[in-house]
Unconditional design. Structure first.
Length: 369
């Protein structure tokens, strides 16, 4: 059959068996590929010898020369065309429980190092282990898909729990060691420290509240703060006299504590404002507590009455001294030690004078200076 190239319009003679095949134009200036048409009825050859009913092939717009049909050979594609294939991969389902367990395990590992937050790390670690177990169950049902997340979560949570326990145990031991050291310090002051004067450091009440309280043995030590020293002169269970609207009357029994205050300055006086003034409701007050935690109230003069012994106000001259009396509720029979705190504010100073009073001081028969 006779065919022509759709591009350069070159004509070719091909066998009928080439119908439907893909051929390459034999014109070296064209080389276009096209499909052979199906076999049609054999056309009649005109007498004039013109091919295709006397139609002269048109030249292409590119002015490609048309060779003689007898000199052109078509090239057919014998290789079958390859069909492109697309591989579709199924998405792996995520393990949300395992991911959450991993995040919680990281948080547990972070919190276990913090001194005040390691207890919270326990709860976070337990939650991470529980979530990790659920994640492992889900991963086993999916044939091990996303197994690493729950395994990591359980591992980190367990490490956080172990480290948190070790850190908490270490903190507790450290706290116990500090308490024991302070207790031994107090005992050494009570038993082995000689009589004398203990000078307290100059610091504000705010700074002093940050440090552990230190108690001086009332039987031996004279405490000094600034230019003012203080000594417990005696402790006694007994009665005292109160003068009020109803006249003078004896009241008691009370715990009477005598204090001697010395002004060690040679140039300045001390304006003492009293520890037993009933009108001073907002100022710091003396406190007395035993080893059982019992607090004993200080007897303070009310409006229109006075007590025999306590000094409401006084000016202490340079190198002078003053004897004052503190009156408290009597301690319980089981009390073996009392701790007395006396504020330094009525003396124009900051801080506290702290004494430890053993039972032998109020059990002994004697008076208060």
């Amino acid at each position: 059959m006779l065919v022509h190239c759709p591009r350069c319009r070159s004509r070719f003679k091909v066998p009928d068996e080439a119908a439907g095949k893909t051929a390459t134009c034999g014109n070296p200036q064209c080389r276009a590929k096209f499909v052979m048409p199906e076999v049609a009825a054999t056309p009649k050859t005109p007498a004039s010898g013109n091919v295709g009913g006397g139609m002269v092939p048109r030249q292409s717009s590119r002015n490609i020369a048309t060779p003689d049909p007898t000199e052109i050979t078509l090239q057919f594609d014998t290789k079958p065309k390859r069909r492109s294939s697309v591989t579709v991969h199924a998405a792996h389902p995520s393990n949300s429980m395992g991911i959450v367990s991993l995040v919680v395990g990281v948080l547990a590992l972070l919190f276990c190092w913090l001194p005040m937050m390691n207890r919270l790390g326990y709860a976070i670690g337990v939650l991470g282990v529980v979530l990790g177990v659920f994640g492992l169950v889900v991963a086993s049902q999916r044939r091990g898909v996303s197994l690493g997340f729950p395994l990591g979560g359980v591992g980190l949570s367990m490490v956080g729990l172990v480290l948190g326990f070790q850190m908490d145990n270490g903190f507790q031991k450290m706290k116990t060691a500090v308490k024991t050291a302070l207790s031994d310090m107090d005992k050494s002051v009570a038993a082995g420290q000689p009589s004398g004067t203990q000078t307290l450091p100059e610091q504000s009440a705010k700074d002093e509240s940050r440090e552990p309280k230190r108690w001086a043995d009332a039987t031996r030590i004279v405490l000094t703060r600034g230019d003012v020293s203080m000594k417990v002169t005696g402790v006694q269970l007994g009665n005292t006299t109160r003068l009020g609207i109803n006249g003078k009357q004896e009241v008691g029994p009370y715990l009477l504590i005598g204090l001697r205050v010395n002004n060690r300055s040679s140039t300045k006086k001390v304006d003492f404002k009293g520890w037993s003034n009933g009108l001073d409701f907002l100022g710091p007050k003396c406190s007395l507590v035993d080893e059982h935690g019992n607090n004993y109230a200080q007897m303070r003069a009310a409006i229109g009455e006075t007590w025999d012994g306590p000094i409401p106000r006084e000016t202490i001259a340079p190198r002078g001294r003053m004897i004052d009396l503190l009156i408290f509720e009597p301690p319980v029979d089981a009390a073996q030690e009392l701790r007395l705190e006396v504020p330094a504010a009525p003396l124009g100073l900051e801080g506290w004078y702290r004494f430890r009073i053993p039972r032998l001081m109020w059990d002994e028969e004697g008076g208060v200076e």
